[in-house]
Design a protein around this ligand. Structure first.
Ligand code: SF4
Length: 369
């Protein structure tokens, strides 16, 4: 059985207006963090026993606040705990303004073979509006520098539906992304969550019509440029899908290290409480972990929800094998009206959305539960 490793790095230099991830802008404890992560990894070594570790993903937060030496220390420590000989993809999420030539070279030497760069926009006004710490020129320079350092697997993140600037800014962002030719592009709609800086400031989301327009612009431009729209928010060149995220979507078990990180063993979910101080004080404190076992119904709902966001969709045969003929039949019947109206596509035992209908996927998915 395959497995994945996620390492959460909850440090940032400043708060982006839309962000609701667990993080802190105090960097005081950053130097202590690699040892804490490795202590947790050691204590949880048994959780990956009998599996083949395929990917490692350092996400955040801002993992590029780590020096290459710190990244190397973490990866070396992980390799002492688990067999990493079959790990094909090691991703580091990075902010453009951390990516000096020296750092990039160091990350490569440390074993990172994929970068996910948080560009978000190539428009300075939008970047200021979102309180990002880089500007557009830095974003372009980071991608070029990553290429020069020898990275041949780059992903960039973009945000659409930004209230500042119209759809023409989004069109330019897409064009610029295509020109820079990353192997992978993730594009998310800006959401305004309670408790975020935008939420507190009362920033209003854009109108639905513009959201749809920007989503379809994205799909059209990137697929015409040869990208595979393989998940609702993700596009990849041939053979360059995110192996880590694809593993999540297939239900592959994973261990998540660090405060706020989630883990999944195939049947139950567990998570570390988002409390950095307690974590640094005792990263193996059992009181910091919580878990829940998913009922069969919760598992099938998860499979439907996540699967229908991918281009491959869901397989009724798999549902039958795992959850019984009755549940598969129920799903097929519930899907029927959507298949008849053309909202869902039925191909043999598979059900999937085409990209246009992903826009209404949430409403349809809940009808299949
Ligand atoms: S969006 Fe990323 S960089 Fe910005 S505050 Fe959130 S985790 Fe940090």
């Amino acid at each position: 059985m395959e497995s994945l490793l996620y390492i959460h790095v909850p440090f940032c230099q400043r708060l982006c207006g839309y962000c609701d991830f667990y993080k802190t802008i105090s960097l005081k404890q950053l130097p202590l963090y690699p040892d804490a992560l490795l202590a947790e990894a050691k204590a949880r070594a048994g959780e990956l026993a009998g599996t083949t570790l395929r990917t490692i993903y350092l996400g955040g937060g801002t993992p590029s606040l780590f020096t290459p030496e710190e990244v190397e220390k973490i990866l070396r420590g992980v390799a002492e705990i688990w067999d990493t000989s079959q790990v094909a993809e090691i991703t580091l999420e990075a902010n453009p303004d951390d990516l000096s030539a020296q750092r990039l070279e160091g990350y490569r030497k440390a074993g990172i073979n994929r970068l996910s760069i948080g560009i978000q926009s190539f428009d300075d006004e939008q970047l200021r509006f979102m309180n990002r710490r880089h500007d557009a020129a830095t974003a372009r320079a980071a991608i070029r520098a990553a290429r020069q350092a020898g990275f041949d697997n780059l992903s960039i993140d973009l945000i659409y539906g930004v209230p500042c600037g119209g759809s023409e800014v989004w069109q330019r962002n897409i064009e610029e992304a295509i020109d820079l030719n990353p192997e992978h592009i993730s594009a998310y709609h800006l959401t305004i969550e309670e408790g975020t800086v935008f939420g507190k400031r009362g920033v209003q989301p854009i109108e639905e019509e513009r959201s749809e327009e920007e989503y379809l612009m994205l799909h059209k431009a990137l697929t015409e440029a040869g990208y595979d729209h393989y998940e609702i928010s993700n596009f990849a060149r041939q053979g360059r899908r995110s192996q880590h995220n694809s593993g999540y979507w297939r239900g592959v078990p994973y261990v998540g290290l660090g405060p706020g990180a989630h883990s999944f063993d195939g049947e139950s979910r567990s998570w570390n409480l988002p409390n950095l101080n307690r974590y640094i004080a005792n990263p193996t404190d059992p009181a910091l972990r919580e878990s829940e076992t998913l009922t069969a119904e919760e598992q099938v709902e998860e499979m439907i929800m996540v699967g229908l966001r991918t281009r491959e969709g869901i397989d009724l045969q798999t549902i039958e094998q795992k959850f019984g003929a009755e549940r598969a039949l129920y799903t097929a019947r519930a899907a029927e009206p959507f298949v008849l109206s053309g909202t869902l596509l039925r191909e043999g035992s598979r059900l999937r959305f085409d990209a246009e209908h992903w826009l209404v996927s949430d409403a349809v998915i809940s009808e299949l539960f």
